[in-house]
Every structure is written in C-alpha cells, then in structure tokens.
Write a protein of this length. Sequence first.
Length: 373
Amino acid sequence: MFFESLDVATIVDWAGEHQAPDNALWMFVSEKSQSQLPDLLQALKQANIQCFGGIFMRLIVGQETFDHGCVVTRLALWRSPFIVRNLHRTDFSLEHLPSREDLPANRTLVVLVDADAPYLAEFITRLYRRFGNRVQYFGGGAGILGAETDQQKQCVFTGEQGMLENAAVLALVDHSGVVAAHHGWERLHGPLLATRSEGNILHELNWQPAFEVYRQVVEAQINQPLLPEDLGSRVSHGFPLGMLKQETEDIVRLPSAVTEDGGMVCIGGIQANSVVHVLHGQPQSVIRAVDRTLESCKSQNTLSPVCNVIVNCVTRYWFLEDLGAEELTTIQQGLATLGDAPIIGALFKGEIASDGCSSLVILNKSLAIGLFM
C-alpha cells in the first residue's frame, strides 16, 4: 500500500482494519517524510500495531519511484523484531538473539541496517556465524546520502524502540519466500590486494594509498582528472570495486569518500587481504542483471507470491539514468507471470539477498528481489 504522505490517522486506520495476529507492518519511508515518523510510530504503538522499517531516498511502487510518502506491506512474523545496537563499535553484541536451533527453518530473515555504520561488514559476518543456513536473508542498508542531522542519521526503526542510528533491525518472516540478486558489472582492472582496511575504510591497495591506485585506473578510462570530491558522482558510479568471491559474481563496493590518509570509504567495507578488481559496466549490460535475477526467482518458486519486494541500489539506479525506469518495467513484466501480487520496495544503500548456503555479505550496486508466499 502506498501512502502519499505520513498522515497518522489514515495509516493507523488502514493498519487497524487489516490487522491480524502475529502480523507486523514492514514500512519503507521516504526521507521527505522522516520528520513525521516519530508521531506515526507513537500512534501505531498506542494502537498495539507492530511495525519495522527504514528511511530511503526513493520508494518503489510497481514500475514507478517516489520521493515522498511511505510504502507499507503486512507480513506474519515469528516474533517481534530484534534490534542490534552499537554498530559503530567493535564490541556490539548478538547474545540477545535466538540461537540457531531456536529459529524455524526455511524462513526469511529481513535484515535492515544503518548503511553508514562503520562495522556493518563485521555485523553481517557475525550474523551469519550465528544463524548460518538455518534461514535465508533479505534486506539491505537504509539511510540517505549526505545525512547530516541526528534525525537524518536515525534510519532504521521499530514501533517499540523508535528511530535508531548505527543499528540493525531483524524480523523473521513466517512465510515461505524466495530471494535472488545480481549486478551485471564486469572486471576492468586487477587483481589488486586490499593490504590495509578497517571498518568501512579501505586504506591501501597493493601497499599504496587506495585512492591513488583507484584514481590512476579510472583516469585512464575517462581521460580527465579524478578528484576526491568526484567520489559519489556519476563518474565514480561507473567504476565500483569488486571483491573476489569464488563461484559467484564479485561482491561490489562503491567508494564514496576519500580519507585524510588517501583511503576510501566503502559501504559494507572491504576486508583486509581481499582480492579486488576495479569494475565497469555499460548501462545496457548492467540492466541485463534483471533477467538473471528474475530467472533465479522463478527457478526457486512454485507458488504465487502475496508480495514482491524490490531492493535496488540507489547509485545503480542513478547510473542507469533513464534506463532505471526501463529496469522497473522489465521487473514488473517478469513478476506478472507469477501472479498479480503488489510490487513494492525502495532504493537502498547496499543490498542483502542470500539463500544462506554461502557466506553472507552486504552487496552494492545490485538488484535484489524477494518473493513472499
């Protein structure tokens, strides 16, 4: 359901009419509506309506995107959402989470995280160690680019705990589901070795300042200087980094800022000793990842979904420019063959889609689709 504004009475009335035992609202809220969210969360809490979600720059409804309002769907949950705090520190804890054996098998764990949390990659690694392949994983990084105020940085939330920064919200969906993701980027230069990194900062490639190595590769392609302030522009969007992962696509990382020592901030981080390539893609080759993602979903699915959720990378969408709308149209047409379930989602800062059979990582510049039956 798409609401063009965060009108508290309208949303609470709708949620009350559609409330069911063990259900919760999964909410995608636009950054333009973020200031009204605390009032809505308080009203939903008073009405005893569970909710969880995140803040995003644009929302997806069918084949369109919107920069205002919120998108809401109802899903049955195993328990109330869990929260992991303090992802800006290395001593964050997962001990309050259920054990692996306590979780019902073959369900989907929705993972919504603050994309700018410094130890996001460490959290994802430890989360997989705890739950392994007991569940599959779907979600990604919430937040807006260039968040400055404290409220802007509070980009994930639950009805009980309100808006949070440097945190993750975990909700185990009590439906069968299918998830898949692909990106379409190709290797341009490498291999390189990540010789020093910490948190979400890649300090060195091949024992040299990371930005210096990256700059030389990109400048040879664009025939113009690449300045530190160009990271985050469309120029750098076309040249992400890729971490080698055996028997699957490289894990994409997008440099977004340069540090004082010449390192680069990358959402999700790049682990030390990782083998890295500079990637490149033309819009038409990147958009072909839609077909691969749809094929992966359809090959796993035997039931008609009740809800289709799109997790698309915001910088991928910007890179595609006008083809971004074409990509959403292709997704809608492909999912229409599975039924008439609504298609909703948002533009994320990092994507999560794993069947649990391989190590869990945060993705960048990828398209992920989740089908819930």
